[in-house]
Design a protein around this ligand. Sequence first.
Ligand code: KG4
Ligand code: ZN
Length: 347
Amino acid sequence: MITLAVETSCDDTSVSIVRNDGLVLSLLSATKDLDHAPYGGIVPEIASRNHSLILLNLIDQSLKKLNLKIDEIDGFSVTNRPGLIGSLIVGIVTVKTLAQFLNKPFIGVNHLEGHLVAPFLKDDSYAPKFELKDSPFIALAISGGHTSLYKVHEFGKYEVLGTTRDDAAGEAIDKFAKMLGLGFPGGAQVDQLAQAGDPQAFDFPRSLLHEKNYDMSFSGVKSAAQRLIEKMSNEEIKINLSDLCASYQKAIIDVLLAKLDRAYKQTKISKVIITGGVSANSRLRLEAEKWADRRKIQLMIPPLRYCTDNAAMIGLAGCVRLQNKECSSFDLGPNTQPEPDDFMETK
Ligand code: KG4
Ligand code: ZN
């Protein structure tokens, strides 16, 4: 079975053709960060307009690349929640139109389920260490909009162990980057600058670190950085830029890995995935690998192309659902929030 997937939940337009075993046959994405950069954040109207300009072109290019005709696609998958309404609409209407015209099944997918299956994608240079069916596993999903820990009982059964009470980790990093006058989104730049810095140079708070739960909070570290940076001259900021980035991202990584370690100790589940845009962070990847080696944990962090938003992960989630004989109807619409039964609350 071959699925064509569309992801337009935020600012990235992405199209992928995925086989039901998770093999990515094609993944094409267009990122228009520069259009949003002058505003220091994503402007929803600009994002949806860009999707409408680019999407059909990406679908066309994807098919041409594989020498496929659109009627050789067995089904369609599209992110329909959560996300920016206008952005989601562009993807949903496109996929519904293709599915209706070709008389093929289609399915609306939760973007976060996409991130949870991203480590199980395959291609010429990446293969997962364990399979989606080898559940249960623990999942740490860290992105610009979400930061949560899950126990994945099996595909489709996601128990929320804990989540951030305020900012997502990626949001806290992007806002920090903005304070320093770095570009948007700033995650990759903070990561880059931090590589030459001392993570102990500045002492940033690690909120809820020792609390016996999986709750996280990243607004404290952000405010502490704001207060510190306000007191520094431009010259001081410039001299200390790498140390600031290294210390700030270290504070966030310490909290994420402490909560992950707690989840491992409590559940004794030794299969773990880390996913979402922030899992592209080089320091986090290094520290997580060391932690997994120490604890004899099978850890999977997807390659960078599957960490940040991409349609391949939506293709795999959709493929599994379509194979399970699920499909959406033509009244499928966008939702800013997940649906009530997308996630299970902690028992
Ligand atoms: O998963 P994603 O592409 O979009 C959402 O679903 O939010 O994640 C985007 C987030 C942004 O906050 C971005 O700054 C962050 O991932 N990010 C990084 C890195 N690359 C992207 N954060 C830290 N280090 C990176 N290398
Ligand atoms: Zn995402």
